[in-house]
Design a protein around this ligand. Structure first.
Ligand SMILES: [Mg+2]
Length: 231
């Protein structure tokens, strides 16, 4: 099949959420003297990362609200070490959301990939992230001009893996599912989501996480540079 359109996720597929969050939380950890509560930064960051991933999965199933996610991911590390300080978690949450979008680390080869795809395919960003934050991230990293369409859950009124968000993106492009390839790092949101809409998928799985073998992705890659051979 020759694809005519490419859909792509933002966080941890193009924009390196994990590294950018790590960099910002290192600063917050020092400025707010969090060393008084944790053994070291690693302990704090591991607790945050684990809970953040769980919360995004719950959010995509509409089991928690955006407000709950924003506070809980910063409250959880404190609760885990026996510190009861909701107001500190709330302050960190506000600071994090205001500042994270100024960070500019991209996934290796993301820029080369966009330069390569841009003249060949109309590109559509499909993201569950919050619109204002996602737009600022793309601007900071200088990648917003590559996209023909930006599809956010808030505008499509559906969250990945709901096929409605993919159908909304198809409609914007005037495309049919068979003409599209979706690229993303979340097996649940990106691979299963695109499958729900009949769209082929590339599972970007750099850390080799295991996944449900009954519904294998069309392609699995460990690095974005492998896409030069697929597209
Ligand atoms: Mg992602």
């Amino acid at each position: 099949m020759t694809y005519k359109y490419v859909f792509i996720d933002l966080d941890d597929t193009l924009w390196d959420f994990h590294s950018n969050a790590r960099s910002l939380l290192t600063e917050i950890y020092e400025q707010r003297y969090l060393a008084q509560f944790f053994e070291n930064f690693e302990q704090y960051f591991q607790l945050y990362s684990k809970r953040n991933l769980e919360l995004w999965e719950l959010y995509s199933k509409r089991l928690v609200t955006k407000e709950f996610l924003n506070l809980e991911r910063f409250l959880y590390p404190f609760v885990e070490v026996g510190v009861d300080n909701v107001s500190l978690a709330a302050e960190i949450s506000v600071e994090f959301l205001e500042t994270i979008s100024t960070k500019t680390i991209l996934i290796p080869h993301a820029k080369e990939l966009l330069d390569y795809l841009f003249p060949k395919y109309p590109l559509t960003l499909v993201s569950n992230g919050f619109i204002d934050v996602q737009l600022r991230k793309m601007k900071s990293a200088g990648i917003e001009h590559y996209f023909s369409h930006l599809v956010f859950s808030q505008s499509a009124n559906a969250l990945k893996p709901d096929k409605a968000i993919y159908e909304y993106a198809l409609q914007l492009n005037n495309a049919v599912a068979e003409e599209v390839l979706m690229i993303g790092d979340s097996f649940h949101a990106d691979v299963i989501g695109a499958q729900n809409a009949g769209i082929d998928q590339v599972y970007f799985n750099p850390s080799g996480r295991s996944f449900e073998k009954q519904t294998p992705p069309s392609f699995t890659i460990k690095g974005l540079e492998e896409l030069f051979f697929i597209l």
